[in-house]
Design a binder for this molecule. Structure first.
Ligand code: IMP
Length: 433
């Protein structure tokens, strides 16, 4: 038995979708355990691009069970759209291959309205959220007023919870946020229709996973966002509202810690970030523009341009520790072709003090200067590389040096968006038998 967690080791957008899709051939079940449709997992199969926001990336394989765990916040409208889109393109033909936790919380229209209105009011201090209502939905969950799928299935419970919430949210929207109020009946009727469409998919997914694992099935837990966006371990408050780290696989999917055998951290060979917040190795000149252009660095969910910078080993080392990462998948190495030298951030300096570990203070993080180690670049394109030895010597040295600094093995190198554009050094499913 081998279960693997795939976790973003930076600020999200590390290329998790491709890696999950790739390892899906070795797994039987693929599980999302946190986040919502703020995620955008891009998969390119036979040159065709699919972006998934909620459904696990296993959905492009015909026979894999996809599970949306209790830790995910689900916008049912988006979920139904995604199901229909996948079906129209020939995927997800069998409804029994998608299951949603009865304990997963719903994103409601007032969550989206509050998320967007607050961002507008924050002005300069905006977090740069995706505006999908993720934060307000998690707030309601923790405040114990959230609406779960099981509540939606029970008409009376749903009406009761919705009417209480609408009353309160409308006061907040009108009086504090100066926004339009929302109508109970409009929301109720819309969600009643979603209920009928989704009812057959909603079950106790913790129990399902237990049955699958007892039957010897292999499970992959698909993280969304990244460690530096984790509400505890990220650049707070410029984070998302869930725990993105491997530890949250347990609470977000309803499995015990002994069920996770490998933790694979996904990291780009450089760094990007969407939204606001500290980013020590960010580049503001032509080198950043080159990374953005060559890496096509635009958000898969919002289309926003991503901020780009050099590889930040302090941040990824932090991710290795807080997740217990057992191997790194290094993505987009091909994008670094053409630079004369490639700096790697190995520490931070702030007022003459050197930080080897990621600081918690926002003020410190905003003021730090990276300490760089310069690596020699290469000119050869990497997109055709399939073995480590196909990489030019300086690209090999770059990978080995990162491995050394992180004290963690690099188990995979991605050199393009296609499934085949990959150098696999170790398969985590094979390791953990
Ligand atoms: P929220 O998750 O929409 O509340 O946004 C909070 C922060 O997380 C913002 O900076 C977003 O840009 C960022 N974020 C959320 N989801 C993703 C993702 O999937 N990739 C990268 N950044 C994300």
């Amino acid at each position: 038995m081998a279960n693997v967690a795939i976790i973003g080791a930076q600020w999200g957008d590390e290329g998790k979708g491709k890696i999950v899709d790739l390892f899906t051939q070795d797994a039987d079940v693929i599980v999302r355990f946190q986040g919502g449709n703020n995620a955008g997992h891009t998969l390119v199969v036979d040159g065709k691009k699919t972006v998934l926001h909620l459904i696990p990336s296993g959905a492009l394989h015909p026979d894999k069970l996809c599970v949306i765990g209790n830790g995910v916040v689900v916008d049912p409208e988006v979920l139904i759209e995604e199901i229909e889109k996948l079906k129209a393109q020939g995927n997800l033909q069998d409804d029994s291959l998608l299951r949603i936790s009865e304990e997963a919380h719903l994103i409601m229209p007032y969550h989206k309205a509050i998320d967007q209105a607050r961002e507008r009011l924050r002005g300069e201090g905006m977090i740069g959220t995706t505006g999908r209502g993720i934060g307000p939905a998690y707030e309601d969950k923790v405040a114990r007023v959230g609406i779960r799928f099981i509540d939606l299935l029970e008409e009376e419970t749903f009406q009761e919870k919705l009417s209480r919430n609408i009353e309160e949210k409308n006061i907040y929207l009108r009086a504090i946020l100066k926004e339009k109020t929302l109508d109970f009946y409009e929301i109720h009727d819309g969600y009643a229709a979603y209920r009928e469409r989704l009812r057959p998919l909603v079950i106790n997914t913790s129990l399902l996973l237990d049955q699958q694992m007892r039957a010897g099935k292999k499970v992959m837990f698909e993280g969304a966002q990244g460690t530096l966006l984790d509400v505890d371990h990220g650049t707070y408050p410029f984070v998302t509202s869930s725990n993105t780290v491997a530890g949250n696989v347990c609470s977000g999917a309803g499995v015990g810690p002994r069920q996770i055998h490998q933790v694979i951290g996904i990291s780009k060979a450089y760094t990007t970030r969407v939204g606001s917040g500290p980013f020590p190795t960010e580049l503001f000149g032509s080198e950043g523009e080159t990374l953005k252009r060559e890496g096509v660095e635009f958000g898969a969910t919002t289309g926003r341009p991503r901020r780009c910078g050099w590889f930040d080993a302090v941040a990824v080392r932090h991710a290795v520790r807080v997740n217990g990462i057992t191997g790194i998948a290094l993505t987009k190495l091909d994008v670094l072709t053409g630079f004369d030298e490639i700096p790697v951030g190995t520490a931070y300096r702030f007022h003459k003090k050197v930080f080897n570990e990621f600081p918690a203070s926002l003020k410190t993080l905003q003021g730090v200067e990276p300490v760089y180690e310069k690596m020699a670049g290469w000119r050869e394109p990497l997109t055709e590389a399939r073995n480590f030895s196909d990489l030019p010597a300086n690209a090999q040295k770059y990978v080995r040096r990162i491995e050394e600094i992180l004290e963690t093995d690099i188990i995979l190198i991605s050199v393009g968006p296609g499934r085949e554009q990959t150098v696999i050094l170790r398969n985590p499913f094979a390791d953990s038998r």
